[in-house]
Design a protein around this ligand. Structure first.
Ligand SMILES: Nc1ncnc2c1ncn2[C@@H]1O[C@H](COP(=O)(O)OP(=O)(O)OP(=O)(O)O)[C@@H](O)[C@H]1O
Length: 358
């Protein structure tokens, strides 16, 4: 396992010039509200994904009153990775001295999974959140997936423009629509097949992780929902939906409508689940993501746990920490506002850890 042994920030958010060294697999980070715990985790995330976990524009990560920032990481094997955001607003990404031409080439090199309780939107938010979850994982583990997705989204946009223009002009270029349909069907079926395999692996893992964290069986059901779950080919579905698409001026069928359905005791999870159950499901999905990536990638993902102590009861917290610190076999960064609580929880696990105070 290639651990992150150092990270250095220059003018990144609340950090002016600051270097952190890590010596253990389990790193506890404590500090008051606003001391920079999340920023430190997000800096690590930047080095893995070339961008912020919080979908913030890069410019907002520049320390107030400064221009540009730099994040540099050193791995245990001496390899270096750096993200530089220039005064001009241009972002550069380096592996050693080598500058990436395409950021997508970096994805998957240092996989990581962030678990932030506020990200419960994955469970309770719109289907877009869950597609993003799926796409982020598959883009790391399967380079071809991202290419197909980019292709699909481009054709989808072109098809939607054509539908809109057809309505405006009162005329449809049928032959162009045929071409778009064929391209959309080709990319869409490839993505669908990859997602179907992915979900067949990740869903049993997510349910298992949920039951472990909850310490009981809440009769959870998780399923992949897609309009392509049918005997018909995607091209046929597009043909069937064409008149509706022309009327509504957008594409109503396809993998851009996919979702993950969560049920508890047969009811919609988000309607009946408690806060703790929602958080447990979020953590279970993230852990399933972790174990999936661990099985697929040459490098084990780093785990980043932000403020998880605040949101779960003691039993669930203990179960989650045990899973992560004793069974995940990876480098883990955990933040908390209380030094003693963090120290006591890690000591109770007999884990080999270090604490960093901000
Ligand atoms: N661009 C920026 N320039 C300067 N400071 C910034 C910038 N962006 C964020 N900050 C500061 O970073 C701090 C927030 O850091 P962070 O979210 O990492 O805190 P935290 O330790 O995780 O806090 P909490 O315990 O409340 O979650 C705030 O004080 C904020 O003002």
């Amino acid at each position: 396992m290639n651990l992150l042994s150092e990270i250095a920030f220059t003018r990144f958010r609340n950090y002016d010039f600051q270097k952190f060294n890590f010596h253990k697999k389990i790193v506890g980070i404590y500090g008051e509200n606003g001391s920079g715990k999340t920023n430190l985790l997000d800096g690590i995330y930047y080095l893995c994904f070339t961008k912020s976990y919080f979908s913030r524009p890069d410019a907002r990560s520049v320390r107030q009153g400064c221009e540009g920032f730099r994040i540099e990481g050193v791995m245990q094997d001496g390899s270096r990775v750096a993200c530089v955001y220039r005064e001009t607003g241009k972002k550069e990404f380096y592996a050693g001295q080598e500058q990436y031409k395409k950021f997508s080439a970096h994805l998957g090199k240092y996989p990581c999974v962030m678990i932030a309780p506020d990200d419960v939107q994955l469970v309770t938010g719109t289907s877009e959140e869950r597609r993003r979850f799926t796409d982020t994982i598959l883009s790391q583990s399967d380079a071809g997936y991202l290419q197909q997705l980019i292709r699909y989204n481009k054709v989808l946009q072109q098809r939607n423009s054509l539908l809109k223009n057809s309505a405006d002009a009162g005329f449809t270029d049928e032959s162009l629509l045929e071409i778009f349909d064929a391209q959309l069907a080709d990319a869409g079926e490839k993505i669908y097949n990859k997602r179907a395999v992915f979900f067949s692996e990740i869903i049993p893992e997510a349910i298992k992780q949920y039951n472990t964290i909850a310490g009981r069986d809440d009769n959870m059901s998780v399923s992949y929902h897609s309009q392509l779950h049918t005997d018909k080919r995607f091209a046929e579905l597009l043909r069937e939906s064409r008149s509706k698409d022309l009327l509504l001026q957008r594409t109503n069928t396809g993998i851009h409508k996919d979702d993950i359905l969560f049920l508890m005791d047969g009811d919609q999870f988000k309607n009946i689940a408690s806060q703790g159950q929602r958080k447990s499901l979020l953590f279970a999905m993230r852990l399933a993501e972790f174990f999936y990536l661990k099985g697929k990638m040459p490098n084990t993902p780093i785990l980043l746990l932000d403020d998880v102590f605040e949101k779960l009861d003691e039993n669930r917290m203990g179960n989650l920490l045990e899973l992560i610190c004793l069974h995940a076999h990876t480098q883990v960064f955990i933040t908390d506002t209380h030094q003693h609580r963090l120290s006591a929880a890690l000591t109770a696990l007999a884990a080999d850890f270090e604490l960093i105070g901000l």
